[in-house]
Design a protein around this ligand. Structure first.
Ligand code: ZN
Length: 303
């Protein structure tokens, strides 16, 4: 069965919801990296969360969810490109010792200066245009709590988030309280937010990991009337390329490129997300820098 993201409204409650369950795509990402179990869990929870957040906004571009800190894990990145194309990576410190049950705080935030950032990078962004970025401290025991705080602060939307991941699946549920509409004519269901939240809170981690999204929606909300949007199908896809790697090399500068060439005979750039390797020998590097100025001119007139 394909990975699924469900999006729905509660007919009798001013609440919208999303359920995501990633299995095939998540297993592909896990197989590429083989991180220690606590890192796999955290990155999986972030991947499920990023899919939920991307599906939640009307935006043409990439959503990037990032956690940075001074712990054994110094960086975790999840990107969602349009069409629910996901990729994820983590960077560990070389000497990192990671306990079997290491928490978010132990992994990323031992000094309290860790940060969580959400970036919205518009498609076809022209050079010089800054992507939108919101940054919050890692104040929470779980990434779900950190993101709930983020949503409350930055979007002023009351949100509840449940996330779980292991090496086989990454899954999550997002609920958001909508502003009441209809004024006095409507009969506001004041308990609806609590009721739907309490229903969802009966969910166990095992159920979240084991059940397909549709089965999960039935299990939780069988007494509720749901209005479904067309389901989405998230998938793993890396958008790295030789030309992107070339641009990274240009950014590195000629001097640095030449010194790597002198040392190793070629500059090799490995994609952090999918492990693809792009090698540039002396001839490639020469051509790249000769045409670099021209390419930049192309890029600035394209948009
Ligand atoms: Zn790649």
């Amino acid at each position: 069965m394909a990975d699924t993201l469900l999006k729905f409204l509660f007919r009798d409650a001013p609440v919208r919801g999303e359920i995501v369950r990633l299995q095939a795509s998540w297993r592909q990402m896990v197989a590429l990296h083989r991180y220690p179990a606590p890192v796999t869990r955290l990155l999986g929870e972030m991947t499920a969360a990023a899919a939920l957040l991307a599906a939640n906004i009307k935006f043409d571009g990439a959503l990037i969810l990032q956690v940075q800190g001074n712990g054994p894990v110094r960086l975790l990145v999840v990107e969602v490109q349009p069409g629910m194309r996901l990729r994820a990576t983590a960077k560990l410190r070389e000497t990192a010792a990671i306990g079997e049950d290491a928490t978010l705080q132990q992994l990323t935030n031992p000094n309290g200066d860790g940060r969580c950032a959400i970036t919205l990078d518009p498609a076809g962004r022209h050079p010089g245009q800054q992507p939108y970025q919101g940054v919050v401290p890692l104040d929470g025991d779980t990434i779900a709590q950190v993101l709930e705080n983020y949503l409350r602060r930055s979007e002023q939307i009351e949100s509840k988030l449940w996330l779980a991941a292991d090496e086989n699946a990454a899954a999550g549920v997002l609920l958001q309280k909508l502003p009441q509409e209809g004024g006095a004519a409507a009969r506001p269901d004041v308990d609806a937010w609590q009721r739907v939240g309490a229903l969802t809170a009966t969910l166990t981690r095992d159920e979240l990991l084991a059940l397909e999204a549709q089965a999960l929606a039935r299990r939780l909300y069988w007494e509720e009337q749901l209005e479904h949007f067309p389901p989405m199908q998230p998938r793993f896809e890396c958008n790295c390329s030789r030309s992107r790697s070339g641009r990274m090399l240009l950014a590195l500068g000629r001097e640095e490129a030449d010194s790597i060439l002198a040392e190793r005979g070629a500059v090799e750039i490995t994609c952090d997300f999918c492990n693809a390797r792009y090698a540039f020998d002396a001839v490639d590097v020469g051509q790249l820098f000769a045409s670099g100025a021209m390419r930049e001119a192309d890029a600035s007139t394209r948009h």
